[in-house]
Design a protein around this ligand. Sequence first.
Ligand code: NI
Length: 167
Amino acid sequence: MSVCKIYTYPDEILRGNAANIEEINGDTQVLIDNMVETMYAAPGIGLAAPQIGDHRRVIVLDVSNIEEHRPLITIINPVIVEAQGTVESEEGCLSVPGYISSIRRHEKVLVKGVDRDGKEIFVEADGLLSRALQHEIDHLDGVLFVDKMSKIKREFFKKRYLRSIKA
Ligand code: NI
C-alpha cells in the first residue's frame, strides 16, 4: 500500500471521465488499498480514483468520525439509482484544499455498485454519507463541487483560489 499524490484543482486530470471496471483483479485491489491509505493519510472522508490520477470508477468513504455506525465503504462502478429531496450544506474536497462552500444536493440516495469482492451492493444514505456519495460519484464524471456553485460565486472562487495557489 502507498499514499498517493492527490491532484488538485485546476489540474485537468480531475476532468477525465472514469471507466467502469469489468473485472476485479489484483490491480483493482492495489488501487483500492492505495485509495484507502491516501484518504486516511489526508485525512479525508472520501476519495475517488481520479483524484489520484486513476480513471477507473472506484470510490472509498469513511464518515465514521461523524456517523459512527458507518464503516469504511468501497464501491466499484457506483450508480445513483434513487434520489429523494434536496438539502443544502457545506462541503469541501481534498482536491480543492482550504475551500468550503454550501452546495445543494439530494437529501437521500440509494447507490448501487459492486464491493471489492465482486458482490453487488446497495448503500442507502442520508446526511453526510449521502452528500459524500454524491460528491465522490461526481468525481468519476470529472465534476467538482465548485462546478455546482452559482456562476458569480464560482468566478469569485476561481480568482481567489488561483491567486492563492500562485502565492
Ligand atoms: Ni472531492
